[in-house]
Design a protein. Structure first.
Length: 266
């Protein structure tokens, strides 16, 4: 457990997939936190910690917070946590934010914070730099999840937030209820058991390299499908597509119920 430092305030927000991508490039910060809005005063602090890797990396970001994970060389986990709070007064926002604690149990990470009343709020977003070969278990209620350049067994889930998955391999399962899905595959074929990603309410963007080999399954129930390259489809063409790309390979399943599907070569 480590204490929140005292910095300036920042509005609490649920991050979209595009905002997560920007954070992945630039890191978490409290820039712009001087601004006040009609909902009250805001507080923000940044905490950092280095953890020895070992076992499944578990991140519990509920109820509010996003998670960004990037694979790097090495055998340590570099954790950055962004604590945000909002209160009716500057003093109350600071009290809320400084009461939040990041709890570490080996490679399990979660936040504990105070009870809030109407128009009060706190959240913690996480950025982790992890060994490229890592197993992940990540949950959020209100926040997106982004994972880049990681090979391992992954179980990723959020309710209100997007999923952004880039250059992954292993056995990956990811799901959101309300949020878009953006998947970018790398290489010539999937390395590992396969990929299964699903959203209930949100569009799908799937980027596939030239000459990629896989058993592709994608589709939607209540919208359209758009491919920018020809494919050979097995069975009837409906709102679900099953196709062998190249020489086939591990399954790539990316689907939605309410949202369009766009599949692009690059």
């Amino acid at each position: 457990m480590f204490k929140a430092s005292r910095l300036i305030a920042l509005v609490c927000s649920i991050l979209s997939a595009s905002e997560l991508a920007a954070q992945g490039r630039g890191g978490l910060s409290c820039r712009g936190s001087e601004d006040r809005d009609d909902w009250g005063e805001r507080f923000c602090s940044i905490e950092s910690r280095t953890i020895e890797a070992g076992g499944v990396i578990r991140v519990e970001a509920q109820p509010n917070g996003s998670v960004t994970v990037v694979g790097i060389d090495g055998n340590q986990i570099r954790l950055t946590a962004k604590i945000q709070a909002r209160g009716r007064t500057e003093k109350r926002a600071r009290e809320l934010g400084e009461a939040v604690r990041i709890v570490l149990n080996q490679t399990s990470i979660e936040a504990q914070g105070p009870k809030t009343t109407s128009r009060e709020h706190w959240s913690v977003s996480y950025e982790l730099r992890v060994p490229r070969t890592s197993d992940l278990w990540i949950r959020s209620q209100n926040g997106g999840i982004q994972v880049t350049d990681v090979n391992g067994e992954m179980d990723l889930g959020t309710v209100n937030g997007g999923l952004t998955l880039n250059g992954l391999s292993g056995d990956v399962r990811a799901e959101t209820t309300n949020g878009g899905v953006d998947v970018a595959l790398e290489g010539r074929r999937w390395q590992g058991a396969g990929l299964t990603v699903r959203t209930e309410n949100g569009g799908v963007e799937l980027s596939i390299p030239e000459r990629y080999s896989a058993e592709l399954e994608t589709g939607t129930v209540n919208s359209g499908l758009d491919f920018d390259f020809p494919i050979t489809v097995r069975g009837r063409i409906n709102r679900r597509v099953n196709a062998t790309l190249g020489e086939g390979g591990p399954p790539i399943r990316v689907t939605t119920t309410n949202g369009g599907v766009s599949v692009r070569r690059r």
